[in-house]
Design a protein around this ligand. Structure first.
Ligand code: GLY
Length: 346
């Protein structure tokens, strides 16, 4: 099966509110919503600092006096040295707390720019224009911002909610195919978090549905005290594969396999039946993604050891598993079950 048609845009943009009291904000999803930037600017903002990467290639018009700051390519941009470089450049250019940052790009840019917004002059407003599918359905929503340290990813950060998020689905048409596949993998996760039938929706509406689901979870658990763990569905195996570090699998590709792995684990614990596992396979393959581990990822001992090192693990290995009550964190999964489920996805 091939992934959904990208140009399958809904006729009108959809707006989802992340309800967080005085920190509430709207996420606009649809073709061309980047052109709404001027209308979502915070009242009183004088100037905009547009933060982007060279490869992003989308210009935005804030309607304000704006300066563009281009950061390093790739994940390299999420570093403290890049934070310092940006803050110093903004300072020299005279930016203050009453101005606004506009992040234009994928999750690397929205994480970095959001973190700069959280710390520059003790905090200023920011708006994200998310131009990758992964950022639209995940990274740009929720207020977790941050950068990496050589010791690990996202070890420095802040919860800092944006003022608005624009998920322009037109920007997806220029994404490299693998970047897009990675986004589909993260989108596949949302098929299992609620009873909503995402398969019945066109692409834009699926993205809006994913945003709505994430918005609800974030509104219920802004600071990751519990419920946010469901957003990690499919991520236990995915993080292990990524942490091993030598496999050519993008985040969402690893999540896709991780979703089916989690289903295999849940079935062995009697939480779901084989039909539900088959639904996981169908959804993942519907996005053109694999549901088996690629050849070469064959060191079970290493994967099992890495499960326990997942930074979200609080009390031994925490899996996020499906059941007829929905997806929930589960501890104490026997190692034999973890091994058998790995065998099932080879
Ligand atoms: N920035 C992603 C999140 O808050 O979950």
């Amino acid at each position: 099966m091939s992934p959904p048609a990208l140009l399958d845009h809904s006729s009108s943009a959809q707006v989802v509110t992340v309800a967080l009291g005085e920190r509430s904000y709207d996420v606009h999803v649809g073709a061309g919503v980047r052109h709404r930037l001027g209308s979502v600017m915070p009242a009183g903002a004088r100037r905009a600092a547009v933060i982007t990467q060279a490869g992003v290639g989308w210009n935005v018009d804030s309607g304000l006096d704006q300066s563009v700051f281009t950061v390093a390519d790739g994940e390299e941009a999420k570093s403290l040295s890049e934070v310092e470089r940006l803050c110093r450049a903004m300072s020299r250019a005279g930016f203050t707390r009453s101005d606004v940052i506009v992040a234009v790009g994928g999750g690397v840019v929205t994480d970095l720019a959001g973190f700069v917004a959280a710390v520059y002059h003790r905090g200023m407003g920011y708006i994200s224009v998310a131009t990758t599918l992964l950022a639209q359905v995940d990274a740009a929503i929720g207020g977790k911002t941050g950068v990496n340290l050589p010791e690990g990813k996202n070890l420095l950060g802040a919860f800092w909610q944006p003022h608005a998020v624009l998920c322009d689905t037109e920007t997806l048409s220029t994404l490299p195919p693998r970047e897009l596949r990675s986004g589909w993998g993260e989108l596949a996760k949302y098929h299992f978090l609620t009873g909503d039938d995402l398969e019945a929706l066109d692409t834009d509406s699926r993205i809006a549905a994913a945003v709505r689901i994430k918005a609800e979870v974030v509104a219920a658990d802004e600071r990751e005290g519990g419920r946010r763990a469901v957003l990690n569905y499919g991520h236990t195996l995915a993080h292990a594969i990524e942490t091993a570090g030598r496999y050519d699998l993008r985040h969402g590709e690893a999540v896709a396999v991780g979703l089916v792995y989690a289903a295999e684990v849940a079935m062995r614990l009697g939480r779901i039946d084989s039909e539900r596992v088959a639904t996981h396979r169908r959804v993942v393959s519907g996005y053109g993604l694999p549901y088996r581990l690629p050849a070469g990822i064959d060191d079970d001992e290493e994967l099992l050891a890495l499960f326990g090192r997942d930074k979200k693990a609080v009390d031994g290995v925490t899996f996020v598993l499906d059941s007829d009550r929905g997806v929930e964190p589960v501890t104490g999964v026997p190692e034999t079950v973890q091994r058998e489920a790995l065998a099932a996805i080879r």
